[in-house]
Design a protein around this ligand. Structure first.
Ligand code: SF4
Length: 308
């Protein structure tokens, strides 16, 4: 079996930074360090940090007084920041700088008196964080149908922002529908969309031209990993999302001569290796990494950890 590895795949700079924040906090302050929400959507990553002394909670009320607390890469609402401040919790904020950038864009549009539309998935922690960061009403739209159902006059001054794990291609139709319906609408520069999302999606499109089956390594609750699988499927290639090698179903590969493997932004390379090992147990495998875009983005750590 020929295996092609998509390039780029796996960890993005925001995920690398978030994990490093927890690891350095554990080194500097000692365990336990409390993390609100899964630091990134990957069980393997969460379990390895748990083994080093991180404790994951969903609500700040579960954090004991004075305990070092990390906010996840997805960002949090202002109410969460205020609760942490009111409780005097020492907070390290692992919100990805690109998510913070979206928050800031939203705030700017609201200050200019525009009604704000967020293009994203209801219930995703990033969406909840963004809606809770912007000081004004935010209308969430998930589809062209929802744009058409907006009960707003055509000349309402509007602006839109997008969830970072949607790519330019994901949002194109929704933005076009907004622009067709509303006469006074502004949005961020298209280059502001997360580089990692765009690059991983383009790499899967390239991969789908070469292979019979696509395996996306990632967690079931990872938005960007699910999207990679959908892109493979939309391109007409049987595509499966798997957490690790133990989930590989030999039936999927029965008639495949070429298999493409990629990984969501929160999936570590060790799990890609695990999937390839599982394939080797089925039959001989030849692995090639596809040429693709080089990424050399790095985000700075919070000042209190940078020097440690
Ligand atoms: S996918 Fe993009 S926005 Fe999300 S953590 Fe990674 S770099 Fe940041």
């Amino acid at each position: 079996m020929e295996v092609y590895l998509a390039q780029p795949r796996g960890f993005c700079a925001g995920v690398v930074r978030a994990i490093e924040i927890v690891e350095r906090a554990l080194e500097k302050y000692g365990p336990p360090v409390y993390v609100r929400h899964e630091i990134v959507h990957n069980k393997y990553v969460v379990e390895s940090l748990k083994n080093k002394g991180a404790i994951f909670v969903e609500e700040l009320s579960e954090v004991p007084p004075k305990a070092v607390t990390v906010f996840s890469a997805h960002g949090v609402a202002r109410s969460v920041e205020e609760e942490a401040a009111a409780r005097d919790l020492p907070v390290l904020n692992a919100t990805c700088p690109l998510v913070t950038k979206v928050h800031n864009q939203g705030k700017r549009y609201i200050t200019k008196g525009r009604t704000l539309i967020l293009i994203g998935h209801a219930g995703h922690p990033e969406v909840e964080g963004t809606m809770g960061q912007v000081p004004g009403p935010v209308l969430l739209v998930q589809s062209v149908e929802e744009v058409n159902a907006l009960a707003l006059p055509a000349d309402t001054p509007l602006a839109y922002i997008t969830q970072t794990t949607l790519s330019v291609d994901d949002t194109r139709d929704i933005i076009a529908a907004l622009q067709a319906r509303f006469t006074d609408i502004q949005g961020p520069d298209i280059r502001d969309i997360c580089y990692a999302t765009q690059n991983r999606q383009s790499a899967v499109r390239d991969l789908s031209k070469l292979v019979d089956v696509i395996l996306v390594v990632g967690a079931a609750n990872s938005s960007n990993s699910n999207r990679l699988r959908e892109i493979g499927t939309e391109a007409g290639v049987a595509s499966y999302l798997i957490a690790d090698g133990s989930e590989l179903n030999p039936e999927w590969l029965k008639d495949a001569r070429t298999v493409g493997v990629t990984a969501g932004a929160s999936a570590p390379e060790v799990l890609v290796d695990d999937v390839i090992e599982a394939m080797r147990r089925i039959g001989p495998v030849k692995v090639q990494v596809l040429p693709g875009r080089e990424e050399n983005i790095e985000f700075r750590l919070p000042a209190e950890l940078a020097a440690s």
